[in-house]
Design a protein around this ligand. Sequence first.
Ligand code: AGP
Length: 592
Amino acid sequence: MCGIFGYVGSHADAAGIVLRGLKKLEYRGYDSWGVAVAQDAHVVLEKSIGKIGDAAPNLPPSTIGIGHTRWATHGGVTQPNAHPHLDCTGHLALIHNGIVSNYRDLRDPLARAGHRFQSETDTEVVAHLLEEYLTRTPAGPEQLVTATIAAFRKLHGLNAIAVLDVSTGQMAAAKSGSPLVVGWSGHGHMLASDYSALLEHTRRVTFVDDGQAVLVSRDTSRLFDVDTGRELTPEITEVEWDVAATELGGYPDYMTKEIHEQPAMLRRLAEQWGDHARRLAQALREARDVFVIGCGTASHAALAAQYLLARIAGRRVNVATGSEFAYLRDFIGEGSLVLALSQSGETIDIIDAARAARQRGARIAALVNVEGSTLWRLADVAVPLGAGPERCVLATKSFTAKLAILMMTAYELTGRVEAGAALVRDAADEIARLLTDDRRDLIRRVADEIYRREHLFAIGRGPSYPLALEAALKIKEVSYVHAEGFAGGELKHGVIALIEPGTPCVVLAPRDETHDDIMAGAMEVKARGALLIGVSPEAHEAFDYWIPVADLGPATAILNAVPAQLLGYYLALLRGHDPDKPRNLAKSVTVK
Ligand code: AGP
């Protein structure tokens, strides 16, 4: 949550460079933003509530700047609470990602010592704490990073902080928990929460590990150990993605772009991910027991994996939501494999779960989209998701990529990975047709009919149950319609009481052993006046709207994710919402 960006170099447009970096990070939080640059040994600051949009900060030329895009945790969404925060001297500008859980204990003695606070945030306390330590740290080239380390050691919680010091023209940062990378370019050095914001300048990055600090100046970046203060040798990695992959590329928004990237992505996975599926299958073979974990959309992929592995490979796996996994840890030990699913690789509940499992002797396999992320570096077996940059807060292509790779892995467990790849190809072709033929307009018409409704249900049985959960999540996340997904058989155990005349109900009815039972459930809600939106290879007189989809066997799950992605998108537009940055959300959840 929150996006951090900093630049020091030879270009005098630090404010512009920082703002462009923040725009690339805005999916991490968009409650407010702020940029600070140095001018004549003073910090000049601009901060504002809301999304950056087309804002052009009125800041002076400078070769050093720092900026932040916020997801509010402590203190309301106000201009004073926006970052960066200054110290009393006005020489330090500090930004932060995380939660300083002991900020009150730190603030009170600072206030008694005369420090004046302008905001309600935990972050501003750090600026004044650093101010204190700077006065106690001998001057010298490492004064700023030494004081930053001293202040950082006092903070409790998962945090990344970065500070700009106008008196030295340097930046320093430290992290534990929240992500931070350093960018190395020919015209300067940068700090960012993730490397997609650096690609305009460089693909050479250093992933800062927990308990490390950096000192960044025009000529170089230096890495230090927070515990010992010892200098370390930074490891520079050349990342895969290029800046074009992070651009809109002519699409109206990232949600549309990423939905339309699915066919090509799935074809690429079918062609090139066989070896990755073999590695994952081998890890499953070697495991005594397996837990598949994820949060949000990734938890739905984990549940889908349970059905895919059971039906295709006869392999039983346990599934847990990342934030609940800690309470099941007693079952984890030597011989256990935890397969962690995550687009960002930074979801704190998943990282904590993986760390706790490792401490109990389990092996960690991870299916991650952001290579080099914390989960990627933590895993024993790291498998790339291969979805490319995903900027829309809603996970779309990263979900279908997970299902495709997990299905290929299940087929590999029976020695038939090619059969799995062939089905992924079929899903790619059918999704390509769905995105271009009249079914897309049909889904838009469905949205036209129901967009004023405040409640919606999605039902499915067996392998379609996780897809019903995912359909509801997509629709509620982006359109704010209160959508709920259910196992079709659960309707009569309470939920059906919520059905009123006209209540929309998405029915996932593939041609498999669940078909007749799910249609029986659909008829029961129809009898209470529900408006049925059938997603099925077969028409049915009960459907008010029938979205015909091919029967692709186990790959139907991949295909059936897309109609709800589109329905959610059109509902969002009709209800006047930003499909890329839904309210109150952020792309990767790095705080508890
Ligand atoms: C999905 O649309 C949401 N963005 C959210 O539920 C997301 O799936 C969840 O936060 C997990 O993120 P991760 O895959 O990056 O770990």
